[in-house]
Design a protein around this ligand. Structure first.
Ligand SMILES: *Cc1c(COP(=O)(O)O)cnc(C)c1O
Length: 384
């Protein structure tokens, strides 16, 4: 029976402590949330700046719906490309100092589309071993050859670039690694790309809005500018809404418009989301206090968790993983916190390597010092 086979696989997963569960959020996203009827202090969203429930963004979404309606009604290349999309693309391009930009419905689709459009059979992709799943899936879809280099190891990447043959070359990396919180050595990677005439695709899902001048992202943080750098950012994390953008030279963006299948064959996102994102960009530019608060909370958290039996990974971003090791220990710690009204997710294989199950603590600019102190206190209690 086909059912039995599926059930057996699920049972096996459950035995390994790997069954994933969804919990139902009954409040807006934020620092204080209600889940399955209970209130929690949350350290588990990617809403790093606290914009997902920001009044200016809500008002812009409502006004956008009044002006443009709800649905886009078609793909961008048919009749679904609205003034709100067009204006947001040009604002995003100038915000990240690139000549052109293209909106996608999600970051997953942006990575699939951009990589599949830029390389194919006979080309080579060079990828960090800890890249996000969407980049890994995109590599397979592209049919290009794949060489994976050791995490953040520019010397290893150089060896692989040296050995590569003809065909296009594309290096892809997370800018801030989503489960580790550390940053890629973008200046070294870009220098190699210039030397070996390769494109560099930077996935800044966790840097956009958080790092760099006014939140312009990881390239701004490192002060990098290059026509070879193709910048991708998601708009559902720090930007607080939904969607993604790829920003690059005009010729790259035009190539995506013509070839990126996840752009061409999908309905454009509702134009009101683009209106909300314009409001988000205004908040990003104007409210530096949010990034200042994040930096302060990161310092406080790291100081408070320094002498636990579990180690924080080296990270200066709002992603602060506490490595526990075994799957069941990580789940037990997460449940211990939940019993104390604090929600921090346990991240297990295959999302992270075996033996490195962890709590992924993520901070938001709308946390207070007292919120962070409460988490620190609870973890110390659970350690004893
Ligand atoms: C979240 C994430 C994505 C996917 O973006 P969505 O907009 O959520 O689809 C891509 N890359 C990285 C590194 C991410 O963390």
């Amino acid at each position: 029976m086909p059912f039995l086979k599926l059930q057996r696989d699920l049972d096996e997963r459950a035995e390994q402590g790997l069954l994933r569960r969804r919990r139902v959020l009954e409040s807006p996203q934020g620092v204080h949330i209600t889940v399955d009827g209970k209130p929690y202090l949350s350290f588990c969203s990617n809403d790093y700046l606290g914009l997902a429930n920001h009044p200016q963004l809500i008002a812009a979404l409502q006004a956008g719906a009044q002006q443009h309606g709800v649905g886009s009604g078609a793909s961008h290349l048919v009749s679904g490309h609205f003034t709100a999309h067009q204006r947001l693309e040009s604002e995003l391009a100038s915000f990240v100092s690139k000549p052109a930009a293209l909106l996608f419905s999600t970051g997953y689709l942006a990575n699939l589309g951009a990589i599949q459009a830029l390389v194919g059979r006979g080309d080579t992709i060079f990828a960090d071993k800890l890249n996000h799943a969407s980049l890994n899936d995109a590599m397979l879809l592209s049919r290009a050859g794949v060489k994976r280099y050791r995490h953040n190891d520019a010397a290893h990447l150089e060896q692989l670039l040296e050995q590569s043959g003809s065909g296009r070359k594309l290096v892809i990396t997370d800018a801030v690694f989503s489960m580790d919180g550390d940053m890629a050595p973008l200046p070294e990677l870009l220098a190699l790309c210039e030397r070996y005439e390769a494109w560099l695709l930077v996935d800044d899902a966790h840097g956009f809005g958080v790092l760099g001048d006014q939140g312009r992202g990881s390239p701004s943080y490192f002060n990098l500018q290059s026509p070879l750098l193709i910048y991708m950012a998601t708009l559902g994390k720090a930007a607080g809404v939904s969607g993604a953008v790829v920003a690059a030279e005009q010729v790259v963006i035009e190539t995506l418009v013509q070839n990126a299948r996840s752009y061409i064959y999908t309905t454009a996102s509702p134009p009101a989301l683009a209106s909300a994102l314009q409001a988000s960009l205004t908040v990003l530019r104007e409210e530096e206090w949010r990034r200042e608060r994040l930096r302060k909370l990161i310092t406080e958290l790291r100081a408070g968790l320094a002498n636990l039996p579990w180690a924080l990974m080296p990270s200066s971003t709002p992603i602060q993983p506490l490595v526990v090791g075994g799957n069941e220990n990580a789940v037990a710690l997460s449940e211990g916190l939940r019993a104390r009204g604090i929600w921090v997710p346990a991240i297990r294989p295959p999302t992270v390597p075996n033996g490195t199950a962890r709590l992924r603590i993520s901070l938001s600019a709308t946390h207070t010092g007292a919120d962070v102190a409460q988490l620190i206190g609870a973890l110390h209690e659970l350690a004893h």
